[in-house]
Design a protein around this ligand. Structure first.
Ligand code: MTE
Ligand code: MO
Length: 429
């Protein structure tokens, strides 16, 4: 696929894309919706025949997500979409881009491949540099199969299982996807920009403006408040941290960070900044940056109030999910093949134990012998004879380092990193 194909960049997503285009044009040109459509059709757009355009002329806000969303496969969670875990069934090891969850703090950014660039700047580099997509393509390419998972994935179970709701999007377990990411090493870019030995933190910044009220102490020159998530120089220069341009061998979709995003394997979703715009290298620690020191910290419960020494989240944990609908699944009686996936931020999955009776008895599930990449997931299956009644299914994973999912997760106010075994209600009738 050609990065510079204007059709791809402007109108990739037929109806939703067109709606977004119209919305922008209405505001930028003052033309009516009708005239914009006329101009567009006259330009010979390939998918003009594609269909019925929903009349959203009265809409005050643009759609925040561009890719087509099938409600049978996604939960609508405000500016976000959660993949229904049962939708992964039969889709193979790598999550198709169309099925990947979307987590937007603001809305999907529309960036042009031909004018985009990312800069590396700040007091921590000797030779500030700017890289276009062509510049990135000319550097050594690295591919890794890894998960991206939201810090809040599983948050709803703090409420439903432990009786105290965490603040934020009430995800089940579908705020995760696993795929093949391709791009360049961030450390290669930092080396080309002459990163100094005195460098301390690296601040990847997205194009999206979150709020100018969310001050940071790196004194942005252009109004601030861009979604950013500082990393220590140590983590940023690890060889597994990539600036990726491709997902499953295709250019990233706009919803997932086109033209380029960061990949920080094993770390919470926010570390994987989308729509990269610039990367600032500091010579002093970033004490205060909204997505590092206010959000994505452990506070409340046993962790206490927010201070500068609150724990800032890095690694994800170990989790499991059945490929069955929530909040409950139902079956007809008979022999069933129950499937699911487990994942660890630290390594591969070593074993998965499944209970059909709320944890009274356990059986070992059969791990698929393909996939099971580190910091991604493993697919598994187990047979079950369904007889009329009500059941609670549970799955408990152990990873290659011996980390085991606990029965409960200590509460934190924002409901992050829920790794406890999840109760999955099932009825057979
Ligand atoms: N620029 C930018 N990057 C971002 C976000 C965002 O809102 N803006 N959301 C983060 C969060 S919280 C998560 S979980 C992941 C989600 O990636 P996805 O939308 O591709 O699934 O992107 C991260 N990177
Ligand atoms: Mo997230």
């Amino acid at each position: 696929m050609n990065f510079n194909d204007p059709m791809r960049n402007e109108f990739l997503y037929d109806q939703d894309r067109l709606e977004r285009h119209i919305w922008k044009q209405e505001r930028e040109t003052g033309l009516t919706r009708r005239d914009i459509l006329k101009k567009f059709l006259a330009a010979g757009a390939a998918f003009a025949a594609a269909g019925t355009f929903v009349d959203r002329a009265s809409a005050q806000t643009p759609p925040t997500i561009l890719k087509p969303i099938d409600p049978a496969k996604f939960w609508d969670r405000g500016t976000n979409r959660e993949t229904r875990f049962e939708a992964f069934k039969g889709t193979g090891y790598l999550t198709p881009a169309s099925l990947f969850f979307v987590r937007n703090h603001t809305s999907t950014q529309i960036l042009s491949a031909s004018t985009w660039s990312v800069s590396i700047e700040g007091p921590g580099v000797a030779n500030p540099r700017t890289f276009t997509l062509e510049d990135l393509a000319a550097l050594p390419q690295v591919s890794q199969i890894r998960a991206i998972e939201c810090a809040g994935n599983g948050r709803s179970f703090y409420s439903s299982q432990q009786g105290t709701a965490g603040a934020g999007t009430a995800w089940y377990l579908g705020a995760i996807g696993v795929g093949k990411w391709t791009g360049v090493r961030l450390s290669d870019l930092l080396d080309l920009a002459g990163i100094k030995s005195s460098a301390v933190d690296v601040i990847p910044e997205g194009n999206d403006v979150f709020s100018t009220a969310n001050n940071t102490n790196y004194a942005p020159t252009d109004g601030g408040g861009r979604v950013n998530r500082p990393l220590s120089k140590e983590r940023a220069t690890d060889s597994d941290v990539l600036v990726v341009t491709h997902y499953n061998d295709e250019p990233l979709l706009p919803d997932h960070g086109f033209p380029a995003r960061l990949l920080v394997p094993g770390w919470i979703g926010i570390a994987n900044i989308k729509w990269l715009r610039r990367i600032i290298v500091t010579e002093s620690p970033v004490i205060n940056s909204y997505f590092n020191s206010t959000q994505y910290t452990f506070i409340g419960g046993n962790y206490g109030p927010l201070t500068n020494s609150s724990i800032r989240l890095g690694s994800q944990v170990v989790k499991s999910a059945f490929e069955l609908p929530l909040p409950s699944a139902s079956f007809a009686p008979g022999l069933k093949l129950i499937t699911g996936r487990s994942w660890s931020a630290h390594g591969t999955i070593a074993r998965v134990d499944v209970s059909f009776d709320d944890g009274v008895t356990w059986k070992r599930a059969v791990l698929k012998n393909t996939g099971n990449e580190p910091q991604a997931w493993a697919e598994w299956q187990i047979q079950w004879t369904a007889k009329a009644g009500s059941y609670v299914f549970k799955a408990r994973a152990t990873d290659s380092l011996g980390n085991i999912q606990p029965d409960t997760t200590p509460f934190n106010t924002n409901g992050y990193l829920f790794d406890a075994v999840v109760r999955h209600p099932v009825t057979v009738a």
